[in-house]
Design a protein around this ligand. Sequence first.
Ligand code: KG4
Ligand code: ZN
Length: 484
Amino acid sequence: MAACLPGATPLALVLTRRLLLIPCFARRLAISGNSSVRLKKNFETDAATRRVFVPGNLATRRSHSCSAASSSQPELSRRQDVLVLGIETSCDDTGAAVVTTDGRILGEAIASQAELLGQWGGVVPKLASEEHRKFIDKVIADALHNAGVQESDLSAVAVTIGPGLSLCLHIGVRKARIIAKNHRLPLIGVHHMEAHALVARLTEKQVEFPFLVLLVSGGHNLLLLAESVGQYVQLGTTVDDAIGEAYDKTARLLGLDMRKGGGPALEELAREGDPKAIKFSVPMRGPKYLDCNFSYAGLKNQVRMAIESRNINGDQVPLSVASAEERKIRADIAASFQRVAVQHLEDKCRRAIEWARKLAPSLSSLVVSGGVASNQTVRGKLGALASELDLQLVCPPPRLCTDNGVMVAWAGVEHFRLGMYEEPPDADEPDDVRLDLRPRWQLGDIYEEGQSEARSLKRMNQHPSLTSQVRTILNEIEGRQLST
Ligand code: KG4
Ligand code: ZN
């Protein structure tokens, strides 16, 4: 989340800043006179006056606390707590939370845009951004208040820098930089999808790397092998739409109350329906599709045709005024859609478990996270699959599956305690400095067997993956070590 100074050479700037992100490695580089020494000194000075652990302390503590938030660790006294503020504004939820490095959620707050969603039937970036602007200060103030702390008590600020809507990311990142600048705090730029994945390690202490993770949200359908913080192998993604988008679209066509969110509204209606009433076909089955990719555009189309052929007009006749007979038809469509949408997840997870076991035979957990992971059918079906294949299923509680500040704070903690953060912004940095936002930002390296033509087209204009960036830094450091 480095600020892009106008006119700076991006590569050189990025590399210098990236090296500054890794003080535990940087200490070794310091022998050759790298400027990271300056960074470490800053934090030592800060630590004397404020409760910031110097990176060395964090590195030492790593062996006790790195695998997950350990409940067996002795309670840190408040005075010693390392507190990370997380800020989330990538889409339509303004979230903030304060989390400790040993995994206690001290305070959280969220402002959702359900009313707007209901009014417009989807996220309108400009309006969503205005809402974030309206609520960001209050949400952060509430999170701090609930935690019983002030900005000056914080140790670091984590903020989502992508992927997401630029106009929305901008609000959170700008606010995070201002807080970090005012209190000389380290900054952690968080990948939204990594935050969805890592939050499972906050809620389930036994989730250790490597683990398989399915991320299902409004814009993403990802299957990844999580190898360590910042290191992921992408086994599959969607070639068109994500499952959350298919839920939302189906909910709109069925005339559901979008203020509840398309997914939750559809899940509720589906409980009244017969999941076998309509024979939608499961996407990507057969010998042509021996991969872990997803496709929901075809299913969306099948649903649209089923709705049109039954003369259902959700726009003009919302579910609340539909006749009992028509309600039943809509419920059958909802249930049949959900059965097939979830079956598609199951098919691809089954294959991904096979692939992941080849790469990581010790695999023991399947994590499912992202908004759609709050769905009970998703949890039930994938739970059964996991137990059939001898894995433990880990789904964060529903409120931590949908977008929230806690997951960002926790991803910040995971990076922070490995020494991966950016130095505080300069005291004279203007509040309107140009920001490095990453609206299209891949998380993992693509597993060779998972390549597809459609996806390489979709990768155009993407920011290099977080995994490749972290690997570049590690290689660079290794190269320097070898040459000294
Ligand atoms: O992760 P998330 O909160 O935001 C994004 O990063 O996209 O996911 C939002 C998506 C929406 O498409 C929403 O309809 C879906 O998750 N969702 C659900 C449920 N709760 C949220 N889908 C199905 N069933 C649910 N209970
Ligand atoms: Zn999300």
